[in-house]
Design a protein around this ligand. Structure first.
Ligand code: SAH
Length: 369
């Protein structure tokens, strides 16, 4: 039976559905509250709604989360879910707890079209985009697993954080899982607007980072409409190297990408752009590369995130040595940039960057380089 899933409908769409049922606008606001503040999954328990309306809703709609195909927890506390959607497609979602915050890394596509040669998802064909409800569903699954919903009696005043919840449990969101967010922009934007709504999942845009391989024509709109922080997968300071690592560079080369970064709405010191740079032995990790990188990003309020390459079976690269990474980061640091080396988390459960790959994924034949 195909009950329509309400997860993923924005406020206006939800109100429209309810007015079709003859319910007044207040009911739509109450329903929103049940779904996104309380994490309700069962209409029958929505006690602020009349019994008749609850029954009507239950007859025509669902509040379905994705199914959990597999769940693993790392020794360092990182958790990973393999989630299955109604059509059987699967993606992975990773939760990374730290002392002062908890970050959820969500996927936006099943597979990817970009073919970055060091990325494991790049070996999978794109099956499809995720819809807004499927992106939001990943956040709801994490909240469920962390028991991060307020109990009814713990609810504070409207807008006040509910007592009993740990605000650091799931405080940050990164769009750094499978897929390219700016190639599924409409659905990502619809999902983020719901996720950022202060009454509901309420993750502020300041705590959300969207990572892109550099889909230049979509960057301005993303900044203007969503205002989230931007991370850019730069990975190389010269076009000839970046063409090989991130083939999208042939379409939008480094100079154009950096222009889009300079013009990213809201890029200022308080909201620096993060440049991600994967450390690949003998490919992009020399002193010359570091200097070239500095020259490129001069004038852009930026930080650089150095990511040790996470190898996967058959990967055509190796991770740079610790000494090379240290040398690289020292050069950036001496020039005044914050250049932390990202500590791999959840390595024992293959949850680290670039490791996300669903068991059911169809490998794509890669032409010999
Ligand atoms: N498509 C987006 C987001 C997904 S990838 C993007 O390209 O930014 C998130 C980050 O992980 C990107 O910076 C990506 O380049 C990096 N990454 C992918 N595979 C990796 C690997 N094997 N080791 C280290 N980082 C990797």
């Amino acid at each position: 039976m195909g009950a329509e899933n309400l997860l993923g409908l924005g406020r206006a769409e939800l109100a429209a559905e309810l007015s079709l049922l003859g319910a007044e606008p207040l009911r739509a606001r109450q329903l929103w509250h049940w779904i996104y503040c309380r994490g309700a999954t069962d209409f029958a328990l929505m006690t602020t709604l009349g019994k008749g309306l609850r029954e009507t809703l239950a007859a025509s709609f669902a509040l379905a989360r994705p199914g959990i195909s597999r769940e693993t927890q790392s020794r360092d506390g990182t958790r990973k879910w393999l989630l299955a959607f109604a059509d059987g497609e699967e993606v992975e979602t990773v939760y990374i707890p730290e002392e002062d915050r908890g970050t959820l890394c969500v996927s936006v596509q099943v597979g990817c079209t970009l073919n970055c040669t060091f990325c494991r998802t790049g070996t999978q064909a794109l099956a499809r985009n995720l819809g807004p409800g499927e992106i939001i569903g990943q956040v709801m699954i994490a909240r469920d697993a962390l028991s991060d919903w307020p109990l009814p009696r713990e609810e504070g005043r409207k807008g006040a954080p509910a007592r009993g919840r740990d605000p650091a449990a799931l405080s940050n969101l990164v769009l750094m899982g499978m897929g390219e967010p700016l190639l599924n922009y409409e659905n990502v934007a619809a999902a983020l607007k719901i996720i950022m709504d202060p009454e509901g999942l309420a993750i502020s845009r300041r705590k959300i980072t969207l990572s892109t391989a550099g889909v230049v024509p979509m960057m301005r709109r993303c900044g203007e409409e969503l205002g989230v922080s931007l991370a850019v997968s730069l990975h190389a300071a010269r076009d000839e190297i970046r063409d090989r690592l991130v083939p999208l560079n042939r379409k939008y080369p480094i100079a154009e990408l950096l222009d889009a970064c300079r013009n990213y709405p809201g890029a200022k010191n308080a909201r620096r752009i993060t440049f991600e740079y994967v450390m690949l032995k003998g490919i992009n990790d020399s002193l010359g590369d570091a200097r070239e990188l500095l020259r490129l990003i001069a004038g852009i309020p930026a930080k650089v995130n150095l990511i040790p390459f996470n190898p996967w079976p058959g990967a055509p690269y190796e991770c740079s040595s610790e000494a090379a990474i240290k040398r690289f980061s020292d050069i950036l640091f001496a020039a005044g940039y914050s250049a932390p080396v990202r500590t791999p988390r959840g390595r024992d459960i293959e949850a680290a960057c670039g490791q996300l790959k669903s068991a059911s994924a169809r490998p794509r034949a890669r032409p010999a380089a």
